[in-house]
Design a protein around this ligand. Structure first.
Ligand code: FAD
Length: 376
């Protein structure tokens, strides 16, 4: 594609920052438009598996995030009642070689701060909430809530689960409530008063699960995310304040090793879990979508952010390689459909690493060099 092509990325989330960073490295003129006034360090952790770390390496931020996150020594799946180990995967020097990169747990705010360093200084326009798109004969006009209008040749919708770009391409359709909510909490390890916990544990119940992991190599900050069923979510807000008591109520019958952790949680918040049914139209004309805007998924495999970041790397490759946008988008979709579909399906099943699991197809993948798939 002609490097003078003006590319607008809507949303400075995980996928948007990734695609913008790679396109800028390839010599494109890219503007990123983000509704938020700035990024705050919201209370949540994120798992970055080796497939993702390889992308972040090429964005030049791998070491930065290794420095602030933690390479857990293992991931353990335990039964909610007996505490029995159902599955364990070790992460060490040998697994790094095998997967091609480390496996990392990190505070989301720290990941975002690093991603900001992966894009050209000054290229993120904050306080720009996209209202709509208008197609003219020579460009696509982005209309923002602050009155600003911007013309671009290509628009990349990276604006998350309630995407305006998706609305423009596919019509208005609210995301699907998954019948579950997530309690999230972060606390300082010293609150455990010497009680030792492994680096990363997922506790599996019959209809609920809960994940506990450190977010720093100093092991001084712990993240808890516990998912439990709910029949509905009645609020319009992204999250609600919750409490330690509510969190414990949902996991009251779980193993004492877990309850010992839950008893010291603070600042608990409650988040609805949404996804959408699979949709295989990711682009139209000069507009394309990636990440949660087009394939949001339940966060049970730690795959949503991973897929957004992988999308960013592959889409940038396609735009750099092919001369016309429609061709680039077709190659992007052909390369992504199957893998993203698999991750969506496993996320719905909630079966990842519950028992013996082939992890190589997921962790060994390198989106920066994997062959692109020829469209049918
Ligand atoms: C409880 C929970 C836990 C999760 N844990 C994990 C995990 O451990 N690992 C993992 O890989 N994934 C996890 N996920 C999923 C992951 O957060 C998402 O899949 C990922 O953030 C999607 O990235 P994205 O770039 O597509 O969208 P987002 O990261 O949501 O970014 C979208 C951006 O667009 C901006 N935006 C939205 N609308 C507009 C607009 N109109 N104009 C301008 N800007 C706009 C938003 O402000 C935001 O910055 C979790 C999700 C949830 C709900």
């Amino acid at each position: 594609m002609d490097r003078k092509t003006r590319i607008a990325v809507v949303g400075a989330g995980l996928g948007g920052m990734t695609v913008a960073g790679f396109l800028q490295r390839a010599g494109f003129d890219v503007g990123i438009y983000e509704q938020a006034p700035a990024f705050s360090r919201i209370g949540a952790g994120i798992i970055l598996s080796s497939n993702v770390m390889k992308v972040l390496r090429r964005l030049g931020i791998e070491q930065m995030i290794i420095d602030v996150g933690i390479k857990p020594d293992s991931y353990i799946s335990r039964a909610w009642d007996t505490g029995e180990t159902m599955y364990k995967i070790e992460f060490d020097a040998a697994s790094e070689v095998r997967f091609g990169a480390p496996y990392l747990n990190i505070h989301r705010g720290d990941l975002h701060a690093a991603l900001e360093k992966g894009v050209a200084p000054g290229s993120i326009a904050y306080n720009h909430r996209l209202l709509t798109l208008e197609e003219t004969s020579s460009a696509i006009r982005l209309v923002f809530d602050n009155g600003v209008k911007v013309d671009a040749d290509i628009v990349i919708g990276a604006d998350g689960i309630n995407s305006k770009v998706r609305e423009f391409l596919l019509g208005t359709e609210p995301p699907r409530f998954a019948g579950a909510v997530a309690h999230r909490a972060i606390f300082q390890t010293e609150a455990l008063r010497g009680f030792k916990i492994p680096d990363c544990t997922k506790w599996w119940g019959r209809d609920r699960h809960i994940l506990v992991y450190f977010m720093t190599s100093r092991r001084d900050e712990v993240y808890v995310i516990g998912v439990a069923p709910r029949s509905s979510w009645d609020s319009n807000t992204a999250s609600l304040p919750s409490s330690r008591a509510d969190l414990i109520a949902d996991f009251a019958n779980f193993h004492p090793d877990l309850l010992r952790v839950l008893e010291v949680t603070t600042d608990v918040t409650l988040w609805p879990i949404y996804d959408r049914e699979r949709h295989d139209r990711w682009s139209g004309g000069r507009i394309v979508m990636l990440g949660d805007s087009v394939h949001p998924m339940r966060p049970y495999m730690a795959g949503g952010g991973a897929m957004a970041i992988e999308d960013g790397a592959i889409l940038a490759r396609c735009l750099a390689q092919f001369d016309n946008p429609a061709e680039a988008f077709r190659w992007f979709e052909a390369t992504r459909f199957e893998r993203v579909g698999d991750v969506q399906r496993i996320s719905i099943e909630n079966s990842w690493m519950r028992g013996p699991t082939d992890t190589d197809w997921f962790y060994c993948y390198d989106p920066c060099v994997a062959p692109l798939t020829q469209p049918a």
